[in-house]
Design a protein around this ligand. Structure first.
Ligand code: GLN
Length: 293
Protein backbone atom coordinates (compact mmCIF):
# COMPACT_ATOMS: atom_id res chain seq x y z
CA UNK A 1 0.00 0.00 0.00
CA UNK A 2 1.38 3.39 -0.98
CA UNK A 3 -0.93 6.04 0.35
CA UNK A 4 0.89 8.95 -1.28
CA UNK A 5 0.61 7.49 -4.77
CA UNK A 6 -3.05 6.70 -4.25
CA UNK A 7 -3.87 10.24 -3.19
CA UNK A 8 -1.95 11.63 -6.16
CA UNK A 9 -3.96 9.44 -8.49
CA UNK A 10 -7.13 10.48 -6.71
CA UNK A 11 -6.22 14.17 -7.03
CA UNK A 12 -5.49 13.68 -10.74
CA UNK A 13 -8.80 11.90 -11.22
CA UNK A 14 -10.64 14.69 -9.44
CA UNK A 15 -8.96 17.35 -11.56
CA UNK A 16 -9.95 15.35 -14.62
CA UNK A 17 -13.52 15.20 -13.39
CA UNK A 18 -13.55 18.97 -12.82
CA UNK A 19 -12.22 19.64 -16.31
CA UNK A 20 -14.80 17.33 -17.81
CA UNK A 21 -17.47 19.06 -15.78
CA UNK A 22 -16.39 22.43 -17.26
CA UNK A 23 -16.29 21.27 -20.86
CA UNK A 24 -19.68 19.66 -20.43
CA UNK A 25 -21.26 22.77 -18.93
CA UNK A 26 -22.58 24.06 -22.25
CA UNK A 27 -25.79 22.09 -21.90
CA UNK A 28 -27.26 18.71 -22.72
CA UNK A 29 -25.30 18.20 -25.92
CA UNK A 30 -22.07 19.11 -24.11
CA UNK A 31 -22.56 16.52 -21.41
CA UNK A 32 -23.57 13.91 -23.99
CA UNK A 33 -20.26 14.62 -25.75
CA UNK A 34 -18.52 14.22 -22.41
CA UNK A 35 -20.18 10.87 -21.92
CA UNK A 36 -19.23 9.74 -25.40
CA UNK A 37 -15.63 10.76 -24.74
CA UNK A 38 -15.66 8.83 -21.48
CA UNK A 39 -17.01 5.82 -23.34
CA UNK A 40 -14.21 6.04 -25.89
CA UNK A 41 -11.68 6.30 -23.12
CA UNK A 42 -13.04 3.18 -21.46
CA UNK A 43 -12.96 1.32 -24.78
CA UNK A 44 -9.38 2.46 -25.36
CA UNK A 45 -8.41 1.29 -21.89
CA UNK A 46 -10.01 -2.08 -22.58
CA UNK A 47 -8.12 -2.43 -25.85
CA UNK A 48 -4.87 -1.54 -24.15
CA UNK A 49 -5.59 -4.15 -21.52
CA UNK A 50 -6.28 -6.96 -23.98
CA UNK A 51 -3.21 -5.98 -26.00
CA UNK A 52 -1.20 -6.25 -22.78
CA UNK A 53 -2.58 -9.72 -22.14
CA UNK A 54 -1.43 -11.13 -25.44
CA UNK A 55 1.61 -9.36 -26.82
CA UNK A 56 3.27 -6.67 -24.79
CA UNK A 57 3.58 -6.13 -21.06
CA UNK A 58 0.72 -4.18 -19.51
CA UNK A 59 1.42 -1.16 -17.33
CA UNK A 60 1.42 -3.20 -14.12
CA UNK A 61 3.98 -5.63 -15.54
CA UNK A 62 6.34 -2.89 -16.71
CA UNK A 63 8.26 -2.82 -13.43
CA UNK A 64 9.02 -6.55 -13.53
CA UNK A 65 5.52 -7.76 -12.60
CA UNK A 66 5.35 -5.93 -9.26
CA UNK A 67 2.04 -4.30 -8.46
CA UNK A 68 2.31 -0.75 -7.15
CA UNK A 69 0.06 -1.77 -4.26
CA UNK A 70 2.81 -4.03 -2.84
CA UNK A 71 5.90 -2.22 -4.18
CA UNK A 72 6.63 -1.12 -0.59
CA UNK A 73 6.71 -4.77 0.53
CA UNK A 74 3.43 -4.55 2.42
CA UNK A 75 0.03 -6.02 1.62
CA UNK A 76 -2.69 -4.32 3.65
CA UNK A 77 -5.70 -6.59 3.98
CA UNK A 78 -9.20 -5.70 5.08
CA UNK A 79 -11.35 -8.23 6.90
CA UNK A 80 -14.29 -8.36 9.28
CA UNK A 81 -13.27 -10.62 12.15
CA UNK A 82 -16.86 -11.61 12.97
CA UNK A 83 -17.17 -14.64 10.76
CA UNK A 84 -15.82 -17.83 12.35
CA UNK A 85 -14.09 -20.03 11.28
CA UNK A 86 -12.89 -17.78 8.43
CA UNK A 87 -12.12 -14.76 10.61
CA UNK A 88 -12.56 -14.03 14.27
CA UNK A 89 -10.68 -12.21 17.01
CA UNK A 90 -8.30 -14.67 18.65
CA UNK A 91 -7.49 -14.98 22.34
CA UNK A 92 -4.61 -12.53 21.87
CA UNK A 93 -7.02 -9.88 20.54
CA UNK A 94 -5.70 -10.19 16.97
CA UNK A 95 -7.69 -11.32 13.91
CA UNK A 96 -7.29 -15.06 13.30
CA UNK A 97 -9.04 -17.74 11.24
CA UNK A 98 -8.78 -19.58 7.93
CA UNK A 99 -8.80 -16.45 5.75
CA UNK A 100 -6.25 -14.68 7.93
CA UNK A 101 -3.91 -17.69 7.82
CA UNK A 102 -4.49 -18.07 4.07
CA UNK A 103 -3.65 -14.46 3.22
CA UNK A 104 -0.57 -14.60 5.46
CA UNK A 105 0.58 -17.70 3.56
CA UNK A 106 -0.11 -15.89 0.28
CA UNK A 107 1.89 -12.89 1.51
CA UNK A 108 4.78 -15.17 2.43
CA UNK A 109 4.83 -16.66 -1.08
CA UNK A 110 4.74 -13.13 -2.53
CA UNK A 111 7.53 -11.98 -0.23
CA UNK A 112 5.49 -9.20 1.37
CA UNK A 113 4.43 -8.42 4.93
CA UNK A 114 0.70 -8.81 5.57
CA UNK A 115 -1.07 -6.26 7.75
CA UNK A 116 -4.67 -7.00 8.71
CA UNK A 117 -7.20 -4.19 9.14
CA UNK A 118 -10.36 -5.25 10.96
CA UNK A 119 -13.37 -3.25 9.74
CA UNK A 120 -17.10 -3.56 9.11
CA UNK A 121 -17.99 -6.02 6.36
CA UNK A 122 -20.16 -3.48 4.59
CA UNK A 123 -17.23 -1.06 4.10
CA UNK A 124 -14.69 -3.61 2.79
CA UNK A 125 -15.39 -3.27 -0.94
CA UNK A 126 -15.29 0.54 -0.84
CA UNK A 127 -12.00 0.48 1.11
CA UNK A 128 -10.08 -1.50 -1.53
CA UNK A 129 -7.49 0.70 -3.22
CA UNK A 130 -7.69 3.36 -0.51
CA UNK A 131 -7.65 2.10 3.10
CA UNK A 132 -6.58 -1.44 2.13
CA UNK A 133 -4.97 -3.17 -0.84
CA UNK A 134 -7.26 -6.22 -0.86
CA UNK A 135 -9.95 -7.86 1.27
CA UNK A 136 -10.39 -11.42 2.44
CA UNK A 137 -13.56 -11.96 4.42
CA UNK A 138 -15.43 -15.06 3.28
CA UNK A 139 -16.54 -12.73 0.55
CA UNK A 140 -18.80 -14.20 -2.10
CA UNK A 141 -18.13 -13.34 -5.73
CA UNK A 142 -21.17 -11.41 -6.99
CA UNK A 143 -21.82 -9.50 -10.22
CA UNK A 144 -22.63 -6.38 -8.24
CA UNK A 145 -19.30 -6.43 -6.36
CA UNK A 146 -17.51 -7.14 -9.65
CA UNK A 147 -18.54 -3.68 -10.79
CA UNK A 148 -16.28 -2.18 -8.09
CA UNK A 149 -13.55 -4.78 -7.58
CA UNK A 150 -11.83 -7.72 -9.25
CA UNK A 151 -11.81 -11.13 -7.59
CA UNK A 152 -8.99 -13.67 -7.30
CA UNK A 153 -9.57 -17.26 -8.33
CA UNK A 154 -12.22 -18.63 -5.96
CA UNK A 155 -10.82 -20.56 -2.97
CA UNK A 156 -13.88 -21.93 -1.17
CA UNK A 157 -17.42 -23.11 -2.00
CA UNK A 158 -20.21 -21.85 0.20
CA UNK A 159 -23.98 -21.61 0.51
CA UNK A 160 -26.28 -19.64 2.79
CA UNK A 161 -27.76 -21.58 5.72
CA UNK A 162 -30.85 -20.95 7.82
CA UNK A 163 -30.40 -20.84 11.59
CA UNK A 164 -33.62 -21.38 13.56
CA UNK A 165 -34.59 -22.17 17.16
CA UNK A 166 -34.42 -25.94 17.79
CA UNK A 167 -38.21 -26.22 18.01
CA UNK A 168 -38.92 -24.16 14.85
CA UNK A 169 -41.15 -25.65 12.14
CA UNK A 170 -39.35 -23.70 9.38
CA UNK A 171 -38.20 -26.17 6.72
CA UNK A 172 -38.78 -24.76 3.22
CA UNK A 173 -38.80 -21.52 1.22
CA UNK A 174 -42.55 -21.02 1.75
CA UNK A 175 -42.01 -21.00 5.51
CA UNK A 176 -39.81 -17.88 5.21
CA UNK A 177 -42.64 -15.66 3.95
CA UNK A 178 -43.54 -12.91 6.43
CA UNK A 179 -40.84 -13.87 8.93
CA UNK A 180 -38.44 -11.62 10.88
CA UNK A 181 -34.99 -12.46 9.56
CA UNK A 182 -31.64 -11.47 11.03
CA UNK A 183 -28.72 -10.89 8.65
CA UNK A 184 -25.34 -9.22 8.60
CA UNK A 185 -25.48 -5.92 6.73
CA UNK A 186 -24.23 -6.01 3.15
CA UNK A 187 -23.88 -9.79 2.95
CA UNK A 188 -25.41 -12.20 0.48
CA UNK A 189 -27.69 -13.41 3.30
CA UNK A 190 -28.92 -9.81 3.62
CA UNK A 191 -29.57 -9.66 -0.15
CA UNK A 192 -31.56 -12.93 -0.03
CA UNK A 193 -33.64 -11.78 2.96
CA UNK A 194 -34.51 -8.52 1.20
CA UNK A 195 -36.21 -10.53 -1.56
CA UNK A 196 -38.37 -12.71 0.68
CA UNK A 197 -42.04 -11.83 0.48
CA UNK A 198 -43.42 -9.79 3.37
CA UNK A 199 -40.39 -10.62 5.47
CA UNK A 200 -38.60 -8.12 7.71
CA UNK A 201 -34.86 -8.05 7.08
CA UNK A 202 -33.28 -7.02 10.37
CA UNK A 203 -29.69 -6.01 9.56
CA UNK A 204 -26.83 -6.20 12.06
CA UNK A 205 -23.21 -5.08 11.82
CA UNK A 206 -22.13 -8.26 13.59
CA UNK A 207 -23.55 -11.67 12.80
CA UNK A 208 -23.18 -12.70 16.43
CA UNK A 209 -25.63 -9.95 17.46
CA UNK A 210 -28.21 -11.42 15.06
CA UNK A 211 -27.59 -14.88 16.49
CA UNK A 212 -27.99 -13.56 20.06
CA UNK A 213 -31.31 -11.97 19.10
CA UNK A 214 -32.39 -15.29 17.57
CA UNK A 215 -31.52 -17.09 20.81
CA UNK A 216 -33.42 -14.42 22.76
CA UNK A 217 -36.55 -14.91 20.65
CA UNK A 218 -36.45 -11.57 18.80
CA UNK A 219 -36.01 -13.19 15.38
CA UNK A 220 -37.57 -16.16 13.59
CA UNK A 221 -34.37 -17.07 11.76
CA UNK A 222 -30.92 -15.90 10.71
CA UNK A 223 -29.56 -16.32 7.18
CA UNK A 224 -25.80 -16.75 7.25
CA UNK A 225 -23.11 -18.72 5.40
CA UNK A 226 -22.83 -22.46 6.07
CA UNK A 227 -19.63 -22.63 8.12
CA UNK A 228 -20.42 -19.74 10.49
CA UNK A 229 -23.93 -21.23 10.86
CA UNK A 230 -22.38 -24.53 11.94
CA UNK A 231 -20.09 -22.75 14.41
CA UNK A 232 -23.05 -20.89 15.94
CA UNK A 233 -25.15 -24.07 16.00
CA UNK A 234 -22.40 -25.76 17.98
CA UNK A 235 -22.10 -22.81 20.33
CA UNK A 236 -25.85 -22.86 21.06
CA UNK A 237 -26.35 -26.60 20.53
CA UNK A 238 -29.38 -26.89 22.82
CA UNK A 239 -31.11 -23.78 21.39
CA UNK A 240 -30.46 -23.60 17.63
CA UNK A 241 -30.42 -25.80 14.55
CA UNK A 242 -28.76 -25.04 11.20
CA UNK A 243 -30.65 -25.91 7.99
CA UNK A 244 -29.07 -26.31 4.55
CA UNK A 245 -29.95 -23.37 2.30
CA UNK A 246 -30.16 -25.71 -0.70
CA UNK A 247 -33.49 -26.87 0.79
CA UNK A 248 -34.65 -23.25 0.52
CA UNK A 249 -33.47 -22.82 -3.06
CA UNK A 250 -30.39 -20.73 -2.17
CA UNK A 251 -27.74 -20.76 -4.91
CA UNK A 252 -24.17 -22.05 -4.44
CA UNK A 253 -21.60 -19.29 -3.74
CA UNK A 254 -17.83 -19.01 -3.95
CA UNK A 255 -15.38 -17.05 -1.81
CA UNK A 256 -12.53 -15.08 -3.38
CA UNK A 257 -10.12 -12.32 -2.45
CA UNK A 258 -11.37 -8.89 -3.56
CA UNK A 259 -8.73 -6.76 -5.28
CA UNK A 260 -8.49 -3.35 -6.96
CA UNK A 261 -9.95 -3.28 -10.45
CA UNK A 262 -7.43 -3.75 -13.25
CA UNK A 263 -4.32 -4.47 -11.14
CA UNK A 264 -3.32 -7.52 -13.20
CA UNK A 265 0.16 -7.71 -11.63
CA UNK A 266 -1.40 -8.04 -8.17
CA UNK A 267 -4.02 -10.52 -9.41
CA UNK A 268 -1.32 -12.66 -11.04
CA UNK A 269 0.81 -12.60 -7.89
CA UNK A 270 -2.12 -13.54 -5.62
CA UNK A 271 -3.48 -16.24 -7.94
CA UNK A 272 0.02 -17.67 -8.41
CA UNK A 273 0.60 -17.81 -4.65
CA UNK A 274 -2.86 -19.33 -4.10
CA UNK A 275 -2.12 -22.07 -6.63
CA UNK A 276 1.24 -22.84 -4.98
CA UNK A 277 -0.47 -23.04 -1.59
CA UNK A 278 -3.04 -25.48 -2.99
CA UNK A 279 -0.37 -27.56 -4.76
CA UNK A 280 2.00 -27.85 -1.80
CA UNK A 281 -0.67 -28.98 0.70
CA UNK A 282 -0.74 -25.77 2.78
CA UNK A 283 -4.35 -25.08 1.77
CA UNK A 284 -5.60 -28.51 2.96
CA UNK A 285 -3.63 -28.12 6.16
CA UNK A 286 -5.43 -24.83 6.87
CA UNK A 287 -8.82 -26.37 6.03
CA UNK A 288 -8.11 -29.12 8.57
CA UNK A 289 -6.84 -26.67 11.15
CA UNK A 290 -9.66 -24.15 10.95
CA UNK A 291 -12.70 -25.62 9.18
CA UNK A 292 -12.93 -29.41 9.40
CA UNK A 293 -12.02 -30.34 12.94
N1 GLN B 1 -20.33 -14.65 2.07
C1 GLN B 1 -21.14 -13.56 2.49
C2 GLN B 1 -20.94 -12.39 1.58
O1 GLN B 1 -19.98 -12.32 0.87
C3 GLN B 1 -20.89 -13.17 3.95
C4 GLN B 1 -19.49 -12.75 4.26
C5 GLN B 1 -19.27 -12.24 5.67
O2 GLN B 1 -20.20 -11.98 6.42
N2 GLN B 1 -18.05 -12.09 6.05
O3 GLN B 1 -21.73 -11.50 1.54
Amino acid sequence: MKKKIMSTILAAAMTGALLMGCSGSTGASGSAAGEAAAGEEAAAAENAESAGDSTEASEGDAAGGVSEAVADGELTVGTNAEFPPFEFVGDDGEPDGFDVALIKAIGEKMGVTVTIENMEFDSLVASIGSKVDVSIAGMTVTDERKQSVDFSDPYYDAVQYVLVPSDSAIASADDLVGKTIGTQLGTTGDFIAEEIENATDQQYNKAVDAVNDLVNGRLDLVIIDKNPALVFQEKFADKLKALDGADFGFEPEQYAIAMPKGDTALADAINGALKEIKDDGTFDKLVNQYIEQ
